[in-house]
Ligand binder design. Sequence first.
Ligand SMILES: *Cc1c(COP(=O)(O)O)cnc(C)c1O
Ligand code: SF4
Length: 362
Amino acid sequence: MDNARPARGLDALVAAGVLDSERAAGLGGVAERYAISVTPYLLDRIAAGSAALARQYIPDAAEAETAPEERADPIGDEAHSPVRGIVHRYPDRVLLKLLHACPVYCRFCFRREMVGPGGDALDGPALEAALAYIRERPEVWEVVLTGGDPLALSPRRLDAVLSALDGIAHLGVVRIHSRVPVADPARVTPELVSALRGRDKAVWLAVHANHPDELGPEPRSALARLADAGIPLLSQTVLLRGVNDDAATLEALFRALVRNRVKPYYLHHPDLAPGTGHFRVDLARGRDLVAGLRGRVSGLCQPTYVLDLPGGHGKVPAARPHLVPDGEGRFAAEDWQGRRHAYPPCGEPGNGSCGPVDEVLS
Ligand SMILES: *Cc1c(COP(=O)(O)O)cnc(C)c1O
Ligand code: SF4
């Protein structure tokens, strides 16, 4: 099916051939609570049979169940929002949320209680107040444009925001978080690219991508247009049950990203967003998966596995440590094949009474 328009709502998904009407009939409550929109590009990929894309974007009856530990503001942004549109948790960087709408709504979105069509945009005096907050704080070096999806704004509006940020001397970096290159690649137009390139600040783009199916020919060209314009590209991936929670899929995803000049930045442990229990991966299993990647792919392909603590306490690296104090003044180190060694190695002057040089602990 060749879909020309985004599908907004259950009926449109049924009409696009990506949801059967029987299933749609049971999803009324979900559609009332959470936004639905799927771009024409993704509708075609889902209609062509990508189960990984269908699971990320087509609503599911399981979303109706909210578990007690889930919360509307899963990572505690609210407590760190001094003015509308700003989240200031770490001293040197702030989030600037320009709008609460996205071209596509992910079923596991951590801001799902806040995003939706018509999701309020930050403009006029509210945008001015947010920019003034940044201008008045010389300790802020990096601004992260997020939302919603900032690349859903017109190139003209984006250019206006980036120009305002260029005028703040103490800023070094503007980072944009977006799903547009892989979800709505046609939106990466020459106008959009020229709004991002050649700025005074270093503009970095972090692309949200979760599965190798998201890197088909159109997204690859969109990423190439950005990389050719000199925009450094990073990725963010959410670890999701039934989408990418196996070593082969993660390996293929990270290789595909690096192959397209995108450096994997973060692998996020899924947040406690409401109605997302069916996506959640056990933390111990996530740590096993990540440890397994060490031996499979190069350092270029390794993101940092992070957990955003509920309550607004920030991100913490979640991977198993490879070096642990052994309690006797040395460390036990795990190599890429899972074998353990003592460090510093024994048999060196000043190390007291030690065993063999390459002592394998287990
Ligand atoms: C994630 C996040 C950032 C960016 O953190 P990095 O670790 O630098 O990528 C900044 N502010 C807030 C509030 C965040 O949640
Ligand atoms: S693109 Fe980001 S903000 Fe928008 S629905 Fe997906 S996860 Fe949420």
